[in-house]
Design a protein. Structure first.
Length: 353
């Protein structure tokens, strides 16, 4: 009886009612060519009527085809441990899908080196993966990489930072502009209209760091949209060693002793916190990301707010999106913005990346 019920609601029954072969039904289910529009419509209608749900996982296991996915993210360094969380997300996803014939190859580049990024992209393309997840740090080089992916028909998912007007399968990460805009909103509650704000960008490749610039753009837009002229000064620090950062900050504070707020556009806010703690400047400090070194200064009260956007979940979702798309032909959400969370020393203990 159970076998008969399965047949009546399965591919055989759909084929019988549509008066077509099982192969034709299979083509429609898997969205393959070779079926007329009229027949396809008839079969899809029967699929809906019978509430047929193909066992995609069983089909995937039966195919025995190995899919190779490649991930490319910056390597963690003593400067910032931000990319530890995405790596954990990648590894978690990899452990869940490896039993289904998915091979996950992990590649890393130096976030301070364009050459390192370009070299790894060439290695990945030479390996001919079925899909790629990567975090783009350098705009021009990332665009060049994605152009080659399109030429080779390799789907790719972006995380942490988007590349507008590119044909990615999906972007999973923060809305960078709105993240900075929210920072401006937060600052507006903490300052008077004429208080001085220092924006700090810390990166060797600032001019090419899209995610930093979009955050700054959003922050400035908030002040403009709300008719707050804002006394804003900007400091770009291109030498990321601790001593160089301290020297740049010391000079900035000597030149502008009336700074009330410092807004750091990336996870290196702990470097600024170290300087603030050492010099005992009485300022409001806001930065990004749930890192151990940042949380330590948050709990001390040196950092007042951390803006966080779940990097582990970004990477996990990125790998799983590629898997669902390549293994089952599933439709993937084109843009998945992560929540923009605000952490203080009071709620940091309860936060999970």
């Amino acid at each position: 009886m159970k076998k008969r019920l399965t047949e009546l609601t399965g591919v055989k029954e759909i084929a019988r009612r549509a008066n077509v072969s099982i192969a034709t039904v299979d083509r429609v289910i898997h969205n393959r060519k070779g079926v007329s529009a009229e027949t396809k419509e008839k079969i899809n209608k029967l699929i809906d009527e019978l509430n047929y749900k193909p066992n995609l996982l069983a089909q995937r296991l039966a195919s025995r085809k190995i899919l190779r996915l490649a991930t490319l993210i910056p390597e963690s360094s003593k400067e910032t441990s931000f990319w530890d969380a995405p790596l954990k997300g990648i590894e978690q996803a990899g452990s869940e899908i490896e039993q289904f014939g998915i091979v996950l190859d992990k590649y890393f580049y130096d976030q301070n080196s364009i050459e390192s990024f370009v070299k790894q992209t060439k290695v990945i393309l030479d390996s001919k993966p079925d899909g790629i997840l990567f975090g783009p740090s350098f705009i021009d080089e990332s665009v060049s990489f994605t152009d080659k992916c399109q030429e080779l028909n390799i789907p790719y998912v972006l995380m942490d930072s988007d590349l507008p007007n590119k044909s990615s399968l999906s972007y999973i990460g923060p809305n960078l502009y709105h993240s900075g805009y929210m920072g401006g909103h937060l600052i507006s509650y903490l300052t008077k209209a004429d208080d001085k704000l220092l924006i700090v960008n810390i990166s060797k490749e600032i001019d090419n760091q899209h995610h930093l610039l979009k955050k700054e753009e959003g922050l400035r837009a908030y002040f403009k949209d709300h008719n707050r002229p804002g006394n804003i000064v900007k400091l770009d620090i291109k030498e990321v060693a601790d001593e160089a950062i301290e020297q740049s900050l010391s000079k900035a504070f000597d030149e502008s002793s009336d700074i009330k707020v410092v807004f750091v556009t990336n996870s290196r806010v702990s470097k600024v916190a170290r300087f603030i703690e050492k010099t005992q400047h009485n300022i409001i400090l806001i930065g990004y990301d749930f890192l151990t070194e940042n949380v330590e200064y948050l709990k001390k009260g040196v950092i007042d707010f951390l803006i966080c956007q779940k990097p582990k979940q970004q990477a996990y979702r990125g790998v799983m999106s590629l898997y669902q798309h390549l293994a089952f032909g599933s439709t993937v959400e084109k843009i998945h913005f992560m929540p923009i969370d605000i952490l203080t020393k009071e709620n940091a203990d309860f936060y999970r990346n």
